[in-house]
Design a protein around this ligand. Sequence first.
Ligand code: NAG
Ligand code: NAG
Ligand code: NAG
Ligand code: NAG
Length: 203
Amino acid sequence: MKSLLCVFLLVLVLVEGCWKQEREALIALSWVNIGTDCCEWVGIECNTTTGRVTKIKLQSYNTGSLNYSDFAIFKDLTTLDLSGSGISNCTRTDQGLNNLEVLDLGFNLFYNAISILSCLDGLSSLKSLSLADTSVMVSFHDFQTVLETIPSKLLHLEVLDISYNNLSNEILPSLRGFKSLKELHLSVIGLDSDLHIQGKSML
Ligand SMILES: *[C@@H]1O[C@H](CO)[C@@H](O)[C@H](O)[C@H]1NC(C)=O
Ligand SMILES: *[C@@H]1O[C@H](CO)[C@@H](O)[C@H](O)[C@H]1NC(C)=O
Ligand SMILES: *[C@@H]1O[C@H](CO)[C@@H](O)[C@H](O)[C@H]1NC(C)=O
Ligand SMILES: *[C@@H]1O[C@H](CO)[C@@H](O)[C@H](O)[C@H]1NC(C)=O
């Protein structure tokens, strides 16, 4: 009888598939609620052992000011894809997102250095950051400021993507502070063709 109850409870957990609080938080982030298992929803990935959400690709295109506190409930979140979400700046009121390793901020509506940097506070575990196509409304000087400030905020950054920004060779000295970087993505950013990248010595 006891084992039957166990089997019943196990089936119940598997049918639910994803954590109730996480499902509700996703619905609050305006996910269309189709089915109880939020691990199956568009843009969501979960850890198959814990059933907790590990990856979110935001499905909004006009977010404006992003509130990181909305993501604090996702304790196992390691990847947050906020690309193309109409984000102009970020706020936060808590310490969540401690496990975040990959953040994509590409193709958003940032307007100066502070607006970009506001989205990089309190992400001490971050290893990979995309700022691809974020400079349309950001001045060259502000983009320099961003690149010069990131190393002091993200101490473990290994991958940086600044592709599809309108920059020039003059941006290169701003990359000197990146000590832990292993990969730098620079495609189509207006560097002169005579640029010589010599592995680590460039940084
Ligand atoms: C899933 O979570 C378990 C327990 O926290 C962890 O040991 C495991 O590495 C995770 N799996 C993946 C693929 O991240
Ligand atoms: C953040 O962006 C919103 C528009 O999306 C704007 O109303 C707000 O003033 C901005 N906040 C800061 C601190 O610049
Ligand atoms: C962000 O979300 C938290 C938690 O939901 C809330 O307390 C806080 O007021 C929000 N901040 C802004 C600026 O909306
Ligand atoms: C790129 O930047 C240069 C110099 O800042 C500017 O003259 C040019 O118009 C920009 N190009 C685009 C496509 O924004």
